[in-house]
Design a protein. Structure first.
Length: 627
């Protein structure tokens, strides 16, 4: 069981809508506003380990004692038990959860405590005011007697314990302590990024703007019948996703990488994989075998597949640097409180490239090239260097040996970067960078990254033959040129939202817009002209709003869909053979000949992948994916 204690001046909540697992409550309680003053609010998540008669009894007793203990410490006379599933990804069944919460309520009352229990399984609006003293916010993990704590990987434990020294570095290569760094107007995002990193608070306590946008634009939505963090993508979202994948594939192939495919599942008993799991800071999905112990796991990256492939290869120094690439479906059992929209998922698509290098000198040369490759990839997707913050992380030994190299990376970035310095190496890498997008809520998410791996060649037995005929272990670079595809989509939506806040019309890059050009006939008689010009617009995603709506409503709807080019066609346009085009990016209206319109759009998307519109051309023939 997970408990989060908030000693509050008050909590006010209202049960609005029931879920499919909601407990029954009195009719008059639905929509009623409940307010409790001066309360210890206990946000509670009952977990699978709490199930079973003996475990349930123990966890109720242990939780009751802990609640009474905290209540005594803060001087609270009343308790609010508030079911809060977001505290855990290992939830018990609804039936068991309700039973345990009711038992806790009874046990607390029997011990003389005034108790109010919020209903289970209802969507509730709530307001709470925390008192703000040192004990006003506490969290506890309650275990049933004999329950074994789930063991995390050594890397995750190290990540929790790692002592980081944060600095800023300017283009002169000077390390500046955060207390001495003078933030300018252009450094607002850098400051938010530093606070996010230094506080290490990954949980999301508000719904970010892109969630509403991804639904309204019919891009993606939550899948209620699946594990949290597994999304459904509608045709428009799938189109955007595939286009970004196509582009990254082309960019990496142009860089010289060979594309491969490796399995989704691996045995936990393989010695190299077992050790690597311990060294990789990710939580994996395990598949239990006959003995009810983990047998297989879903990959959380393409690393092990490509490493096992490299181990079986005959590699000469003449083939290095050797680059292998996979567009990998990956799975990570992230904490439930960190999952929101497209920002952080449990199933995601990660472009994963690994480069085998002769030695550290060659690794540094490749690292710099891949650093610049990542900048080009993000620029082509739609992000300038102003849209992300750079973090460079390394061990003290590496920095002492390669200070000039780090300074050169900062110079290329062209602005101050965040430095994280470790006194010792906790992970398999000695150097990494990320380009981090900071969203409207001040949360940072890594997009591109490259790491220098000094462990895994030895772990997997990867060897190459050098010029003297001797076996040597390569240095390995891990590179994701864009970061997860879904995270790029999240960042594009958040960027558009923030643009709109600044008075800039929100829109996706033209090459990623599901509809690039919408044609709106003024009257029925103008349809024939539209049918006649459609073949001349081949290679552009065009649709036609033929619904029985007013022209002004059709234009407004096109604006809500962020359509980049909206062409209105009436008698004048038919007579002249033109289209009256509203250009979203410039907020200007121009009358263009059809060929000029096609040429202008084609010029702006030149060099980017293209896919056909995945929906009917006529809006009257389309279904609505989001009600």
């Amino acid at each position: 069981m997970q408990l989060l204690f908030i000693h509050s001046d008050f909590i006010e909540y209202e049960a609005r809508d029931k879920t499919r697992v909601a407990e029954e409550i009195e009719l008059e309680d639905r929509g009623a506003r409940v307010r409790v003053e001066e309360a210890l609010v206990v946000f509670t998540a009952v977990e699978r380990g709490d199930e079973g008669e003996r475990n349930s009894e123990n966890v109720v007793e242990n939780a009751t004692e802990e609640i009474l203990s905290v209540a005594r410490k803060v001087g609270a006379e009343r308790v609010v038990l508030y079911p809060y599933a977001h505290l855990s990804s290992e939830l018990a069944s609804p039936e068991v959860s309700i039973e345990i919460l009711k038992a806790m309520e009874e046990r607390l009352r029997a011990r003389g405590m005034e108790v109010k229990r919020a209903p289970f399984g209802w969507y509730k609006a709530f307001t709470i005011r925390c008192k703000g003293h040192p004990l006003s916010e506490l969290s506890r993990k309650i275990k049933a007697e004999g329950e074994k704590e789930k063991r995390e990987s050594k890397a995750l434990e190290a990540e929790e314990k790692a002592e980081s020294h944060f600095f800023f570095m300017d283009e002169r290569g000077e390390l500046i302590a955060p207390s001495d760094f003078k933030f300018g107007d252009a450094d607002e995002k850098l400051k938010k990024f530093y606070l996010y990193e230094s506080e290490k608070r990954r949980e999301v306590d508000k719904i970010p703007p892109h969630v509403e946008l991804m639904k309204r634009l019919e891009i993606a939505d939550y899948e209620p019948s699946s594990d949290p963090g597994n999304m459904r993508f509608y045709p428009k979202g799938e189109l955007i996703k595939r286009l970004i994948e196509d582009y990254v594939r082309e960019a990496v192939a142009g860089y010289g990488a060979a594309e491969v495919e490796t399995p989704l599942m691996y045995s936990v008993k393989h010695p190299s994989l077992k050790d690597y799991i311990e060294r990789f800071p990710a939580r994996q999905y395990s598949i239990l075998g006959k003995d009810n112990k983990p047998d297989l796991f879903l990959r959380f990256s393409a690393c092990f597949g490509q490493f096992l492939m490299s181990k079986d290869m005959s590699i000469s120094y003449k083939s290095l640097p050797l680059k292998l690439f996979e567009l990998a479906y990956s799975f990570r059992k992230e904490k439930r409180g960190e999952l929101v929209g497209l920002r952080r998922l449990r199933k995601f698509t990660m472009p994963d490239m690994h480069t085998l290098c002769r030695d550290m000198s060659e690794a540094l040369e490749e690292f710099k090239q891949q650093y610049e490759l990542c900048m080009r990839v993000l620029a082509d997707i739609g992000f300038s260097t102003e849209d992300y913050e750079v973090a460079i992380r390394f061990t003290r030994d590496f920095y002492d040996a390669h200070r000039d190299f780090i300074t050169e990376l900062v110079r290329i970035a062209g602005k101050p970067v965040l430095i994280e310095l470790w006194d010792q190496r906790f992970f398999y890498f000695v150097l990494k960078f990320e380009f981090n997008f900071v969203d409207a809520l001040g949360k940072a998410s890594a997009l591109s990254t490259v790491q220098i791996d000094v462990e895994n060649a030895a772990r997997y037995g990867i060897r190459y033959i050098d010029a003297h005929g001797e076996e040597r272990e390569p240095i390995i670079l891990h590179c994701s040129p864009s970061g997860a595809i879904e995270r790029c989509m999240y960042a594009l939506l958040e960027k558009a939202y923030m643009d709109n806040e600044r008075g800039v019309p929100p829109m996706l890059p033209l090459w990623l817009s599901p509809t690039q050009l919408r044609l709106i006939p003024v009257a029925e008689r103008h349809h024939e002209y539209i049918r006649a010009i459609l073949p001349a617009l081949e290679g552009i995603r065009v649709d036609v709003d033929d619904r029985e709506e007013t022209v002004s409503k059709k234009i407004r709807d096109a604006g809500r869909e962020w359509i980049p080019y909206v062409g209105v066609i009436g008698d004048r346009e038919v007579e002249r053979g033109t289209v009256n085009v509203n250009i979203r990016a410039t907020q200007q209206v121009e009358e263009l000949e059809v060929e000029e319109l096609r040429r202008r759009i084609a010029e702006k998307v030149k060099g980017r992948p293209y896919r056909e519109l995945p929906l009917p051309v006529r809006l009257s023939e389309r279904v609505r994916f989001v009600g």
